[in-house]
Design a binder for this molecule. Structure first.
Ligand SMILES: Cc1cc2nc3c(=O)[nH]c(=O)nc-3n(C[C@H](O)[C@H](O)[C@H](O)COP(=O)(O)O)c2cc1C
Length: 181
């Protein structure tokens, strides 16, 4: 059975990206994948600074890197902040990127995001794709940018737009059929 780790770049109460994380988790579960949903709020790390490294790496960074290495699939839902990514996600990825062996070369990665605006995190996701790819990750091609957030979900937290639901399903197919061997 394949395993998936899901996370959100927002730990805000009521986060729409955490809703997308949950939706992707349900779809992966339906596809027969064992899903492990985590919150970055449970992985506290100081703001990255190379001067800190000689004094030790935060345990949370070691644990997060090991989770990325030990799942077949990693799905990241991220808000877009100012056309980029959230400091929470950038900080976590930065700490994780310093761990060895590489946490990026095992799993197949899927990325998606929900924003309050109609452009649906497309700029933020393009930063995330480029950064993950630069570090050697294999990121599936589907672009899962969703917005505006207030029209995206019903009261049960399910995505309402059929075209978006099809994209989620397309990403599930990609995530479950691609493999790094
Ligand atoms: C600092 C900041 C910057 C933002 N920049 C953008 C942006 O560039 N594009 C966008 O579509 N939404 C932007 N937003 C709005 C977010 O899309 C919105 O707050 C969204 O709900 C955040 O996701 P979350 O609910 O998962 O926390 C920004 C919000 C904040 C707080």
């Amino acid at each position: 059975m394949k395993t998936a780790l899901t996370l959100s770049g927002s730990i805000r109460k009521g986060s729409v990206n955490t809703m997308l994380q949950a939706q992707m988790g349900r779809k992966l579960t339906e596809a027969g994948v064992a899903v492990n949903a985590i919150s970055l709020g449970d992985f506290p790390m100081p703001i990255f600074n190379e001067d800190l490294e000689p004094h030790g790496v935060p345990e949370a960074a070691v644990q997060l890197a090991e989770l990325w290495r030990s799942h077949d699939i990693v799905f990241i839902a991220s808000p877009e902040y100012n056309g980029g990514l959230t400091p929470l996600l950038v900080n976590a990825v930065t700490w994780v990127s310093r761990q060895r062996p590489s946490p990026f070369r095992h799993a197949i990665f899927g990325i998606g995001g929900v924003s309050s605006g109609k452009y649906g995190t497309i700029w933020g996701l393009s930063h995330l794709r480029e950064s993950l790819t630069k570090m050697g990750a294999l990121v599936v091609p589907t672009l899962l940018g969703i917005g505006p957030a207030d029209q995206a979900f019903d009261e049960k937290g399910e995505l309402v737009e059929p075209a978006i639901t099809r994209k989620v399903e397309q990403m599930v197919t990609e995530l479950t059929s691609f493999s790094r061997g």
